[in-house]
Design a protein around this ligand. Structure first.
Ligand code: GDP
Length: 479
């Protein structure tokens, strides 16, 4: 734990030159751009007559309300739904059509605003929350930041097309996140529509829909004519009921940022999807490395509201800076706490940036997997030149490990390693294995930037040996 002299001076509102002088008196020759350790910093702080307050991850944890909810406080909450699927299969059209159904049914006046998510009420009265950004890029980047804000994935497949590469990716993303899927077979208004072909296509990826004797709900729809949309919404509501989603509205609010921007007139604005608790006007909060006090809350209909409960998306005004999508908002008690945590996180982010470039190795990933309590699992992503080798690798990987360590193949496919593979790997902390294939240029750039490890192999034995070594390293550390 260190702090740069200049930063320490800023926090004490003293001149950096004076801090350097005081350090010199202590026999330490450092410039204002150099870091000093926490103990030294504490001495300096006392020297200047201030009180040292050290913030660490555990302090942050303490300030943020992490109490276990009592069962009787948990009430049902709407499901949060993300629409995924191949490009041009109708994700955007479907989101628009669903949004319109709520406008048509005259729900709560107001014109729907784009704030990143919206809510609709089904005919039977169930409320559903839809994330307004289709596709898995947003989904994975949120997950990579630790915010899991999807309860149900609607997989859109066009009935006049077939299961396509991004359909398969979406399936992998939903599985990696352990989120149930509902299949919307879209464009059923087209004469060339062949829903059955979609169902058999999905079978090849082990998605067995109801009509094929499986458990995945599937609905034939048309975003164009609106046919089947009611049924789709009711199916989502049904799936949500099975999931029995609950949250405690009576505690300090927590939520995830799904969009944030700097608005010319209103200042920094973030759309937050509330996870638990109720966010109210006047609440003091910390969100990522920013903090604020709720000045106004605006719902998806553009109306000002006094509070927002679980699964409700709201625009939050009153931030002191713009957070990032995926940042978590937590209500805290005092402004001082909020400020302190935000400062601390800001420092952590800067330290991380400084340390970036150091690529993550398979060993580090294993260590991380171990740190994530009770998960002694090495997730990996496999891309191979032909289906046969991909399958051979999966079989070999499944044989590695015992009760304590397991290798989990998150996704496997044929062809070059792409940017999408890298983002899925990042979200799950997995390395990407290329078997007789390489990563394309955007994928390499993304891997470098995100610190995702890509390993190339042409002999399965070598791959098995490396993974075994990583796994046994984990075992040894365990003892
Ligand atoms: P996205 O890339 O998955 O978001 O797909 P879009 O929503 O942009 O749709 C791609 C194209 O398919 C557009 O030209 C839409 O008008 C068209 N489309 C979407 N849904 C339907 C549908 O149900 N029926 C028909 N006939 N066309 C559709």
């Amino acid at each position: 734990e260190t702090i740069v002299v200049q930063e320490l001076a800023n926090r004490m509102a003293e001149r950096a030159a004076d801090v350097v002088k005081s350090l010199m008196k202590m026999g330490l020759m450092v410039s204002m751009n150099e870091p000093i350790d926490a103990d030294t910093a504490e001495l300096v702080i006392e020297e200047f007559g201030h009180k040292a307050v050290r913030v660490s991850d555990s302090d942050v944890e303490q300030v943020i309300d992490k109490v276990q909810d009592a069962d009787e406080d948990l009430v049902p909450r709407p499901p949060i739904v993300t629409i995924m699927g191949h490009v041009d299969h109708g994700k955007t059209s479907l989101l628009d059509a669903i949004r319109k159904t709520s406008v048509v049914s005259g729900e709560a006046g107001g014109i729907t605003q784009h704030i990143g998510a919206y809510q609709v009420t089904t005919d039977s009265g169930a409320v559903l929350t839809f994330l307004d950004t289709p596709g898995h890029a947003a989904f994975t980047s949120m997950r990579a930041r630790g915010a899991q804000v999807t309860d149900i994935v609607v997989l859109v497949v066009a009935a006049d097309d077939a299961v396509m590469p991004q359909t398969v990716e979406a399936i992998a993303h939903a599985r990696a996140a352990k989120v149930p899927m509902i299949v919307a077979i879209n464009k059923c208004d087209k004469p060339s529509a062949n829903p059955q072909k979609v169902r058999t296509g999905l079978l090849q990826h082990e998605v067995v829909v109801e009509q094929m004797g499986g458990e995945v709900l599937d609905v034939e729809v048309s975003a164009l004519t609106g046919k089947g949309l009611d049924l789709l919404l009711e199916s989502i509501a049904l799936q949500a009921e099975i999931l029995d989603l609950r949250a405690n509205p009576k505690r300090a609010a927590a939520g995830a940022v799904i969009e944030a921007k700097l608005d010319v007139g209103r200042g920094p604005v973030a759309t937050v999807l509330i996870e638990h608790g109720t966010l109210r006007k006047g609440d003091i909060f910390v969100v990522g490395a920013q903090w604020g006090k709720v000045r106004a809350l605006i719902n998806d209909k553009g109306q000002r509201v006094d509070e927002a409960g679980p699964s409700v998306p709201v625009e939050v005004l009153g931030l002191n800076g713009t957070p990032e999508a995926g940042d978590v908002l937590n209500v805290v008690e005092t402004e001082a706490q909020a400020r302190e945590i935000a400062d601390y996180r800001d420092q952590v982010i800067r330290d991380k940036r400084a340390a970036a470039g150091a690529a993550t190795t398979m060993e580090q990933l294993m260590a991380k997997a171990k740190a994530d309590k009770n998960v002694s699992e090495l997730p990996i992503l496999v891309k191979a030149d032909v289906q046969g080798s991909a399958e051979a690798i999966i079989q070999a990987m499944e044989k590695i490990g015992n009760e304590e360590v397991r290798v989990r193949v998150l996704h496997s496919g044929v062809g070059a390693i792409t940017e999408s593979d890298v983002s899925l790997a990042e979200a799950s902390g997995a390395p990407v294995i290329g078997f007789n294939v390489r990563a394309n240029a955007p994928a390499r750039a993304a891997a470098n930037q995100k610190g995702v490890e890509i390993r190339y192999y042409s002999v399965i034995y070598d791959l098995v040996d490396d993974v075994k070594a990583a796994a046994s390293g984990l075992l040894k550390n365990e003892i």
